[in-house]
Design a protein around this ligand. Structure first.
Ligand code: B12
Length: 208
């Protein structure tokens, strides 16, 4: 019988071969792709996120688990498409203009994907216009911005303002080492999170 708990466990360990094998085995047994996604892959990634937040695991472990999530998704994706399963929501994610730091952003992207969201990663050094355009083009309901430099943080305020000026309903979430909840309140961003696992929690709250 398909063991989705074993699949989740293999993902938390970053065991790619077992993740591929168990994902395929569950499909072969007729388990629905959405059930495998929710109770296998996302369940595993949620555990990794919780451990990361509690400082029980660190960046390398998250990266290894995320790679295992990717191989599982490679097996599952065609079946999800066939079954017409839509992602919960789309999130545009990028590092603001003038800023090239992307390690934290990439971790956030992995946790968002792990939470069942579609992530459109627009990279680093992203202008407010590009954020707004990417959200419009992809139909994203959330725009997630990362900044690691005190000099580039104000760009986040410009993006929030650009959405407001455009009358867009897109929610904004911000993060990065120098960013705080106070700063998010100051610029009128809808959400802030201190780490990648919390970023997924806050984003899911925003789209509720
Ligand atoms: C690695 C690094 C670099 C690398 C970046 C490589 C890369 N591909 O990212 C390189 C060498 C290129 C670099 C360059 C520079 N850097 Co640098 N860099 C760092 C360093 C050491 C680590 C950053 C990092 O990756 N941390 C690990 C990740 C996992 O943490 P994180 O980014 O904070 O992300 C977590 C959270 O913040 C949150 N998060 C992040 N993004 C988001 C987004 C959302 C939406 C949410 C909700 C949450 C969230 O979740 C993440 C995971 O939990 C920091 C020091 C530090 N301790 O932060 C300096 C640091 C950020 N750099 C600094 C500086 C000054 C620079 C340079 C200007 C140096 C120079 N003179 O050239 C350039 C700027 C280049 C540019 N234009 O961007 C300063 C910034 C000072 C300041 N207050 O502004 C720091 C703090 C170093 C220091 N103490 O002086 N840097």
């Amino acid at each position: 019988m398909a063991d989705l708990q074993a699949l989740a466990d293999a993902l938390t360990k970053g065991d790619r071969d077992t993740v591929t094998k168990l994902t395929q085995a569950a499909l072969d047994e007729g388990v629905g792709p959405k059930e495998i996604l929710d109770n296998g892959l996302i369940a595993g990634m949620t555990v990794v996120g919780r451990r990361f937040k509690a400082n029980e695991v660190y960046v390398p472990e998250v990266l290894i688990a995320a790679r295992a999530m990717h191989v599982g998704m490679d097996v599952l994706q065609p079946k999800l498409v066939e079954a017409g399963v839509e992602p919960i929501a789309t999130v545009v994610l990028g590092t603001v203009k003038g800023d090239l730091h992307d390690i934290g952003k990439n971790l956030v992207g992995m946790m968002l994907t792990g939470a069942g969201l579609k992530v459109v990663d627009v990279g680093t050094d992203v202008s407010p216009e590009k954020f707004v355009e990417a959200c419009k083009d992809s139909g994203a309901s959330v725009c997630a911005m990362s900044a690691l430099l005190t000099t580039t943080m104000p760009q986040m305020g410009d993006v929030v303002k650009a959405f407001k000026d455009a009358g867009a309903s897109t929610k904004t979430i911000i993060g990065g080492a120098p960013v705080t909840q106070n700063y998010a309140d100051e610029i009128g961003a809808d959400g802030y999170a201190a780490d990648a696992a919390s970023a997924a929690d806050v984003t899911l709250e925003l789209i509720k």
